[in-house]
Design a protein around this ligand. Structure first.
Ligand SMILES: *[C@@H]1O[C@H](CO)[C@@H](O)[C@H](O)[C@H]1NC(C)=O
Ligand SMILES: *[C@@H]1O[C@H](CO)[C@@H](O)[C@H](O)[C@H]1NC(C)=O
Length: 258
């Protein structure tokens, strides 16, 4: 089970938000696309896939000003959120760009996620995707601003959790491509069978709630063995074939709430 609940960084959009007077949740949701190399480490495999990205240039009043690269992690990347990054982008007159992580959202190289197809999903490939994207977008800016090739804006990378680790690793691996990196809660230490996250969920929930959560887990485990269909139906998940996915959903419902 992952150390990080799915959707941790993204609250679901609710219908009401579109109608309220609150500021927009996104700077932009207008999709852009680029061709990305499937395997950065093979000299002979030249296959490409389409990688989705988003750009926001309204604050970039000085064309030599900074570019903020917001790294998207292990989920669909549906736009540039209007959050703290937008506030500091405005302050520093920065362009904001974000490419979607390979294999997520609309940036999947394959239609089906067989084990064989998944072999190009790795943080190493993702780091090279970011480097290629960074070069591609710099060239795009140069031609957009009628500048000679080779001009370089200052680039700063940002990430949270898994993408926080990517942010730190990107800075280490490609110091010439960035002037800095923010790694917020970067998960840079891999721990086999990492149980501390859930232990903390138990502590934060408090003894009574923790006992209830453990009881639910025990009951569901038990019922999954005897009649998996009916227990999944209780959660509207009866069409889910993989019991592991169902248990993940159950655990994450609690963890994400905490
Ligand atoms: C770049 O050049 C094109 C064609 O000469 C011109 O239309 C455009 O306004 C120029 N853009 C900038 C930012 O100077
Ligand atoms: C993972 O750690 C827990 C708690 O220490 C232990 O009960 C469990 O057997 C471990 N599982 C694996 C697959 O190592």
């Amino acid at each position: 089970r992952s150390a990080e609940p799915l959707g941790f960084n993204h609250r679901p959009t609710t219908a009401g938000d579109e109608l309220s007077a609150a500021p927009s949740r996104y700077l932009t949701r207008e999709e852009r696309w680029m061709s990305q190399r499937l395997d950065h480490f093979s000299p002979t495999d030249h296959r490409q896939f389409k990688q989705r990205y988003f750009e926001f240039l309204d604050y970039h009043d000085d064309p030599t000003g900074p570019v903020f690269l917001r790294i998207c992690g292990e989920s669909s990347c549906d736009g540039l959120p209007n959050d703290y990054l937008a506030v500091i982008a405005k302050k520093f007159g920065a362009a904001v760009v974000t490419p979607e992580h390979r294999y997520y959202g609309k940036s999947s190289p394959f239609d089906s996620l067989t084990t064989d197809n998944l072999r190009f999903l790795s943080s190493k490939q993702a780091l090279f995707d970011l480097a290629v994207f960074r070069q591609h977008y710099q060239e795009k800016l140069n031609s957009q601003y009628n500048r000679s090739a080779g001009f370089d804006n200052p680039w700063f990378v940002f990430g949270v959790s898994y993408s926080g680790a990517l942010s730190a690793w990107f800075r280490l691996k490609f110091p010439q491509l960035t002037c800095g990196s923010l790694a917020s809660s970067g998960v840079v230490l891999a721990v086999y069978n990492f149980t501390d996250f859930d232990k903390q969920v138990g502590v934060s929930a408090g003894p009574e709630c923790k006992a209830a959560l453990q009881e639910i887990t025990r009951l569901v485990d038990e019922q999954l063995r005897s009649d998996s269909h009916s227990v999944k139906a209780l959660f509207g998940a009866d069409s889910l074939k993989n019991d592991g996915d169902f248990l993940f959903l159950l655990a994450d419902a609690a963890a994400t709430t905490v």
